[in-house]
Structures are given as structure tokens and as C-alpha cells.
Design a protein around this ligand. Structure first.
Ligand SMILES: [Zn+2]
Length: 106
């Protein structure tokens, strides 16, 4: 299991960043895709921004962008009138074959 997956299981959304290039490496990797150096893990900066949303069978799903580069999908809660551009926080996360996210308005 990668650091990324293990941290998600602990309820922390961490991303990898190259200290030399000062770039976020996404998808998460232990190595920088530019200089091949080791990356460091840190928690993502919140809130994110709502990019897209849809509903199916009474449940809402959305895509949220963090730090202008990282996009993740998840379920959307406590949001009666979602709007693209809305600030969104992570209410919970986990890992079960795929990253799992639950979002709510920030
Ligand atoms: Zn690098």
C-alpha cells in the first residue's frame, strides 16, 4: 500500500510535492516526474472548488479541484444548492480499491 492510500485510510488526504522543483506531483508518486528525486508528502490545502456535480438515485456526486491542479471525485453532502465555483471541504476520506471522498460546503 502506498503512503497516499495509507493516509487516506487514516482520514488524511495527502499529496506529493517535489522539494527541488517545488511542484505538486499528481497522480501521487514517491518520485518527481520532472527530476526523479524523492517527493515529500503533505496534506492538501483546503478548501477546494466545485468543478462539476450531478445526482443519481437521490445521491449527489461531484468533482472538486484543489490547488488549481488536483481533481478528485466524491460524494457531495449537505449541499441543497450546489454551484460551480463553490468552496468545498473534505468531510471524510478513505480508501477501498479506489480513493473515497465525501465533500460538503466549506
Ligand atoms: Zn522534481
Amino acid at each position: 500500500m502506498s503512503v497516499f492510500e495509507a493516509e487516506l485510510k487514516n482520514g488524511r488526504f495527502v499529496i506529493s510535492e517535489c522539494p527541488r522543483c517545488q511542484k505538486v506531483i499528481w497522480p501521487p508518486s514517491e518520485f518527481c516526474t520532472h527530476c526523479f528525486g524523492n517527493t515529500v508528502w503533505r496534506t492538501v490545502n483546503e478548501p477546494g472548488t466545485l468543478v462539476e456535480y450531478s445526482s443519481k438515485d437521490g445521491k449527489m456526486f461531484c468533482m472538486v479541484e484543489f490547488e488549481n491542479s488536483i481533481r478528485v471525485m466524491g460524494s457531495l453532502h449537505d449541499n441543497k444548492s450546489p454551484a460551480v465555483g463553490q468552496k468545498i471541504k473534505i468531510s471524510s476520506c478513505g480508501f477501498d480499491k479506489y480513493p473515497q471522498f465525501a465533500f460538503s460546503p466549506a
